[in-house]
Write a protein that binds this ligand. Sequence first.
Ligand code: MIG
Length: 676
Amino acid sequence: MNISSTKQSRLIFMMKKYVFGAPFSTDAVVISLPCEEGSLPYFETDTSEGLKFTLTLSAKDAVYGLGESVRGINKRGYLYRGFCSDDPNQTEATNSLYGAHNFMVIEQGDKVFGVFFDCPSLINFDIAFTYCDKLIVSSDNTNMNVFIIDGNSCYEIIREFRKAIGMSYIPPMWAFGYTQSRWSYAERDSVRRVAKGYRDCHIPLDAIYLDIDYMERYKDFTVDKEAFGDLKEFADEMKKQNIRLVPIIDAGVKIEDGYDVYEEGVKNGYFCTDKDGKPFEACVWPGMTHFPDFLNPDARLWFGEKYKILTDMGIEGFWNDMNEPAIFYSQQSVDKAHELVKDFAKEETLTLQGFETLKGYFGSRQNCGEDYSAFYHNTPQGRYCHKNVHNLYGYNMTRSAAEGLEKTDPDKRFLLFSRASYIGMHRYSGIWTGDNFSWWSHILAELRVLPGLNMCGFLYVGADLGGFGCECTRDLLLRWLSLGIFTPLMRNHAACGTREQECYQFENPEDFKHIIDLRYRLIPYIYSEYMKAALSGDMMFKPLAFEFPEDEVAKRTEDQILLGNEVMIAPVYTQNAIGRYVYLPEEMTAVRMNKGELTFTQMEKGHHFVEIAENEVVFYIRKDKAIPLCKPAMCTEELDRENLELIGTGNEYVLYTDDGISKDFGKNENYRTLTK
Ligand code: MIG
């Protein structure tokens, strides 16, 4: 759908750009706006030390956004940092996660506005934390663009913002299927066992992920031949069962003589450099590595074209990892450690103080500020210290992949998602929310992060279902899947060393089958709502607060969200529960799935306790709305997307549909009105 010219001029009017210093151009915003002359509205600006913007909030004002972050949908009451962080401890105390998404919508008194701090380095958000009535945004970086968007509602502002940052990534249809991952299925036979495990239990499956062990010594774009033989042949074998293989690509390139990616990178100056101009060295999974300089367009092109090595083997999707970038330790850390150890070795025995100093030193090396300050990027805008453009690294790695894939096969959609991200990357890929745990609280954390991600353009999103770290249990996985069936990326993933958590590992796998079957029945709807959100810049997951701004209870309900324009979801996220309390801001139809059968109950507006057994799913269809359902299938390829049944009290639904493969989306004939 084209933005009409009248809308475009309105857009320029609603979004304003304020320039501080000489900002690095991040390409987050894709429209060009004039620089405003006056000072930044609403905020008090202090430029005496770095940049500091202060806004006064009254008790009722709400702050939404910040994409990938912990805690509530309303972000008030905590400190956040816009700084891509490889921190697997996603707790309430975590200030930053893998993505830096510095966009917020603020309800202040009777006005509402959006603000985007386009800051490629660390920025702090003190959201009524230090002072209950102050939102304080601060950064050492004195160079940044700040965008203000005025509008009449949260939705209107978000739509304008989304137009300004460009259309969200659109994955292939098969990427809406259920997928299984683990660190790692390290050879063909374990992948075959997973496929068989699922097929034997008649649980649908569309893809299996390959984690780092498929590579030869963790070298990007290589395949361990002993473990995987000819990957092309193996990918073919899996494809015959309608299962795609999705390999991981890490940011660091192994230093190894004879390894072409390493040698080409060094020869052409495609790696980030240290202060003396030599390729920067740090340790990640492959051992000592260099980091491709994704902010250098030539390097970006070069790395992106390497994905063709794998697509030539029949691979159609990738996940980009370790791209904050994650650093275990650098050569400079090793050198300093040697000095410290030498110092302490002078003493006869290691003293407690010495021990603590060494422990502290080693413990602080991972992803440390000293390392992020020690390497440089060769960008079209000049040579930049990594520290000042840190948030753009994963974004540009993934942009590199997307541009490479686009060159390889311009008309084909590939599955692509990344761990680190920045606004702008949403045009190229999706994200997964990184290393969570098999904790009940992380089910709720996933629900709460979805609307904020959508506000920032990230639509293809999902968390590691069942939890990445520690041990998954049967009840946890059932409950988590009951949320996961609604997220575009639906992937079960677990860390090495943890209990195996593929659905068929647990008793009564038919319980899992029924839940995942429901996902497949919903794919035409989920896909349709995804595409509508992508094509019109809307959110797929919405807080109740946005839809029912006059309803004080709905405004503060953060354990239920809306999906698309028709559905509300309210999953169980506590152990031992026989159900949960649900608030209905209006009359709705409860849809209950029990052993594959659906039953419908009309429910009044208000508070209810809804019993939901572990092997059941309940979701809600809004008043006078209807949604399409298809028959279950073992994979997306086998879905019958033609014969759809409408459920709910409404009489029609406008379905978006297309081939799910090509990029010819958004045509008028892709919309179809289904009636009862
Ligand atoms: O340091 O590739 O978030 O999904 O399984 C860990 C191994 C590296 C982190 C990713 C996780 C992946 C793991 N990776």
